[in-house]
Design a protein around this ligand. Sequence first.
Ligand code: SF4
Ligand code: SF4
Length: 282
Amino acid sequence: MKQIAVISGKGGTGKTVVAGAFAALAKNKIMVDCDVDAADLHLLLHPVLKERHEFRSGQTAVIDNKLCEKCGKCISVCRSGAIGSDCSIERFFCEGCALCSYICPYGAIRMEENIAGEWFVSDTEYGPFVHAKLGIAEENSGKLVAQIRKAGKELAEKQALDYVIIDGPPGIGCPVIASLSGVDCALIVTEPTLSGLHDAKRVIEVAEHFNIGVKLAINKYDLNLTIAETIETFCGENNIPVAGRIPFDEAVVKALVEGKTIVEYAECAAANEVRKVWETIK
Ligand code: SF4
Ligand code: SF4
């Protein structure tokens, strides 16, 4: 069983378009949407929910008003300004340090675990799909990514699947590292812009740090042939195989509007090139 992560370094490069196409092209696989801060692969895969799980992470202080004597000690120690003058806690400001619960002379403050989001196991016409939704203003998306990666891998092993295909988050932070750990190959989808190249370089460094084999695809390469060439030169100098040059194609937008993967929507130039990318990756 091979694990393949589709990442980008920056948002908006077309990573999910490629991952969605892989869902249609790959046989005997599970899809995992690790972009938990802004999940959108479900818009193409149309999942039918089978399992729903709470994601618990971090803690928040809660004051028991029956025990609180309004002494104000907790207000003075909270460095986050999370406790108002009326001794009530603004949960979005609370950092969960628990100091207030230690100093309250009346034992009126307890720490409660946060429900920071949900993760799901679904059926799709493309096979099983593990995805998640991080709660508003919640942190620890790296931990949630690790959770769904684990669930996806276990399901793949149980069902003897050949691939785990991961739609990764943008950037180079904790959720990206959690998406990359232990994968066999990372496909970087970039675009021919200076920021696309800059952010692709950063995520390549991250992947290489973890000894992960990297391939790169340039999406909408024909919108700026000069920068596309710069990207290819960079790849050549750094032994990074270019798995595909996907042309700009209005059919991609039309496919997204209809909630379809590009390879199912139309026989077009972009779909043909994405097919070639999958042949290279698999
Ligand atoms: S320290 Fe305890 S008793 Fe004092 S105001 Fe805070 S919660 Fe109430
Ligand atoms: S847990 Fe820490 S951040 Fe939260 S209210 Fe108490 S002292 Fe403030």
